[in-house]
Ligand binder design. Sequence first.
Ligand code: DHB
Length: 378
Amino acid sequence: MVSLSTSVAGIKLSSCLYNGSGPKSGHVSDLTNVGRSRAGAVLSKSATLESQSGNALPRLRKVKLGDRGCQGSINSEGLPNQGIDYYISSKVCGDVAATGKPYIVSISGLKLADNLEMLSRIAAEHAAGSKISAVELNLACPNIPGKPTIAYDFEQMADILKQVTAHEAFKASGLPIGIKLAPYFDMPHYDIAADLINSHKDRIRFVVTMNTIGNALLVDGESEMALIKPKAGFGGLAGGFAKQIALANVRQLSQRLDSSISIVGVGGVQSGMDAFEMILCGAHAVQVATTHWLEGPECFNRITEELENIMKRKRYNSVEDFRGKLKEFDHTLYKDPEKANKPKPMPSTNSMLLAGILPALLFVGIAFLMSNKSAAVP
Ligand code: DHB
């Protein structure tokens, strides 16, 4: 029997697949829809202290590459959300709990004090009986005009981690906390981020990598316009375009983070094979964001089935059987699918010459020489 079950920060998930914090995670109906699908957990939209309506429209678009169909998305939503009190209310927590799935609350305060206040409120609601399993602290929203991405400012990140992990009431709640990072591209940045996180490994129990590739620009040449309104068109690039960068971030961090810290991969997962690759690079669980936005919660059923079929074909029974086991390239083991499916080409004139005519000429030449030689013998 194939099992997709996994564990993130000690929380058991029936499946390693669940939603990313983003579109279709802002209302209780979105969250219960995820919970009723085959997703293994439910994650809220990133909450701020107060509810807010977000940036001007349009602020979320599909991104296509040439005429090959949808490849991803760009967004600059500006954290539209119902405010923390909504996401931790007994109504929302109760409805999500009724689906039987662990509920993770994402927070993204506009300032450090907001994050600390949200942790106090989460601890209080948890003590009052609201069913919350963990907190994802978002350090990487690129879409707030005038605010830098915290995960790129290591001094600020160090200060936030220090204060968040020292929060007494939240510590007492026993709830695990994880952080969501921005994509990194440079080896020293992975080193610094991982060292920082490892220095809080007793409290930071999981890492979610990665947020969108910040401040991309979607342009429509026909109308000569940027296609989203906020921030002069600059927004976070996500979906298919992000996948290889997300795989790299999962891999690099899994090689640096303490083994007690769970890794959740997110970025460009559209299929069971995409999820398989994330796990191969070291992810304990995999979030799906753009595909969830485009396809709805049914995507969790489809991707689950696809991943199960891949695992059956490869004779893996559990996620741990292949997690983190990415191999280096080896010529002797690689079958190029493009070559395997190509019909054998017609032999070219040159190769026909080489393969057929030249050896024949050589043979005739040798025979001629031999016959001359024997004729010369008296
Ligand atoms: C938003 C975008 C993000 O990438 C994120 O992590 C949180 C919020 C947004 O624009 O709403």
